[in-house]
Design a protein around this ligand. Sequence first.
Ligand code: SF4
Length: 237
Amino acid sequence: MVAAKRESKAALAALAAEICRRLTSEYPDAKCRLNHSSPFELLVATILAAQCTDDKVNEVTAGFFKRANTPERIARMRRSTLEAAFRSTGFFRNKARSVHEMSKRLVKAYGGRVPRDMDDLVSLPGVARKTAGVVRATAFGRPAIITDTHVMRLSRRMGLTKNKAPEKIERDLMALLPEETWSEFSHAMLFHGRAVCDARKPACDRCVVEDLCPSAYRFPHFEKRGPSLLRESREKP
Ligand code: SF4
């Protein structure tokens, strides 16, 4: 029983390694696309990126960071000023509150510096594990699994985890992959989720891990054609 478990864990780790290899070669330039010039700017931009596109966030932060790009400055601003600045990113009241409270806490508890430690980062108001992972991986170059919605969805579809909670998915992926691959794996999965493995209509017929994925073609939009037909048609010259 113990041996079988060890074997299945080894098989899962091999699967994760192969998925990582293929996706990182498919998306060699996958990286965070949020413009920033400091860890603090990235922290703010990542909070604003919830339910919003990176392009829109970059548009908003281009002007905003010229007015305020330090926790000290933002902590002194009125909440209503922040709400107005963040309005076009959606959920602007929540985001303004998070950025405001996070800035105040940084000033009060960390001397205005963004901490590198995961536990310290997630203790900041409005900073979830995904945000903390982005900052650790991108601003500090530390290995981090980024529990973005795409990474979590794809990990479940690919059979790398059965969990739904971000911290559990993060733990499962960390156990399967070598530390030095965590950040690039996360970014490649995120890019693949955006480009191919859509939440509602994954394009399994043009997926580079289709032969490894237990969820391939198991979606309603494939029912009429079926996996075998699709495979056959792709194999024909
Ligand atoms: S085969 Fe389909 S479900 Fe699996 S990762 Fe690729 S696109 Fe997503």
